[in-house]
Each structure stands twice: as structure tokens, then as C-alpha cells.
Design a protein around this ligand. Sequence first.
Ligand SMILES: [Zn+2]
Length: 307
Amino acid sequence: MRVLAVDVGGTKVRAALFEGTEMLYRKEVPTPRAGGPYAVAEAIERLADGSFEVISVASMGPLDMESGWVIAAPNSPIGKFAIREPLERAFGVPVLLYNDCVAAAWGEHVLGRGKGMRDLVYVTISTGIGVGAVVDGELAVGRRGNAHEGGHIVVDLHSDLQCGCGGYGHWEALGGGANLWRVAQRKAREWGESSEGAGLALAGEMSPELLYSLARRGDPFALRLVDYLNSVHAAGIASLIAVYDPEAIFVGGSIFLNNEDLMKEKIEEYARKYSILGVPPIYRATFGQDAVLYGALAIALRPPQRA
Ligand SMILES: [Zn+2]
């Protein structure tokens, strides 16, 4: 079967054509930030090349699977956009629509290292924090497709940092890349460190790339902030362990994929402190930066059962 798999993210729309599980090509364009509710579907139309029997779209959410629209996406200035109907009209093939991390969890279960695991969790640590889970061998999807808003688990009761969703103290607000400069600025004020990293943080100039490269050079503020962020991720992951009791946790997203060496062991160590159930193995996402594309492929090759 030929599948056009699509990953609609906050910064990029990516498409890959698969013949079975073999990737024939992969292309990407920046996610449209203007142009109305059909701009994203039009971007996907421009990426599509060659023939395929199904289009499987895994998108940032929240979404409404019934209508085939993404609704009120906090990481998109367009907010609300149509996926299924314009693509069905343009290509005359069935169009599937799932949440990106929900799809990535299915990708691990069907095609990745999670094959044969009945219970697993996928987490992305990137611009935001996203979660998907396979529970008792089934993909947990939710009523409209938004089962796991795990990024909005509260990890700090006293934080005054507002999340993109409007809430406070959320894992995504403290540990997502988009908010990092704010977290860094507050911690620089609170800790009173003086180093190159603290100076940049106070000036509001911290980014994930900068933070981890400063930490690798031994900047004391950057090392302390990386440690704090590891405890934030550990708190989120311990909560997921308590909820899902998974056999393994797969972690993707550019922040983790690029900095696993500074994150994984400490996250495991801190999670053991928070988790009543112990900590199952934490693995790097099998398909790395393509986790969502392979998730979309898995959805098409083995559609999840929805009773
Ligand atoms: Zn939130």
C-alpha cells in the first residue's frame, strides 16, 4: 500500500510517501502562519507528489476527528483549520486525521521498538510537551481525538508562569521550548547566579540550543537550569507512569533527541524519586525526528480499532 504520511507541527508541515514501510521521499515546508482555514491543507497539496491510496495526517491538536478539523491549536496563529474535507476533494482518496503524539505512540507499537508491548507511552519534549499512549494493546484516542493532554499536567503548584493553554504550573509551561526564555529569566533572578548563561537569561535571550551548548561548556547557571528542567520532565513522566503503568516510555522531540546525553539519566534518577511504580525503561523514539511521520504511517497500515 502507498501512503502519504503527513506531520503538521507548529513550525513545519512534513510529508513522506511510503510504499509499505519504505520511505520513497520526504519533504517539508514552514507551517503557514496566515492564509485562513485552508492554508495548511493547501501546503499539504503542494507537498504531495506521486500516487497514493490514502493520506494519513498526524497533526498538532486539539482536533475534532469527526469533522476533520484542527480546532484552536495554541501553537498556530491560524488556530482552526480544515484537513480532511479539502484533501479528500483534492485527491479523491480517504484521509485519516489523528493527534501527532497519539499517532507516534501507535508508530512505536506497530513499527518501532515498542512492537509487542501492550502498554507504552510516547512523549515529545520540543516546542511543547505532547503525550500519546497505547493501553492494553489499544491506542487511546479520546472522544474527539485528544486523549492525552499530558503536557498540561501540573508539576509546580506555585509557578506564576502561564501556559499557552491559559493554565499555570503546567509541564509544558515550564519544560517546553517555547517558554524556555521566560523560565530561564525567572530562575536567573531567583538564583542570583552570575555567569554568561545567567546574563543571557536575564536579557531574555535563552533558547534550548543556547542552553544546552552553554551547559556542555560548563556554564554553572546553564547546568543548574538543565538540572531543574530534568526534574520538571521527571515529574511529568512520573505522573504518566502512575496513570498508564507502561512497559516503556519513548521520548522524542528535538530538545530530547539533541540533548539525550544531558537529560536521560537525570530524568530517570529524579523520576524514581517521584514514582510509586518504579521507572520502566526510557528509550529514545525509534524513528527520531520522523516519529510522527511513522506514526501516521502506522495508523494507515493498521488502523486502530475504535469500539
Ligand atoms: Zn497548559
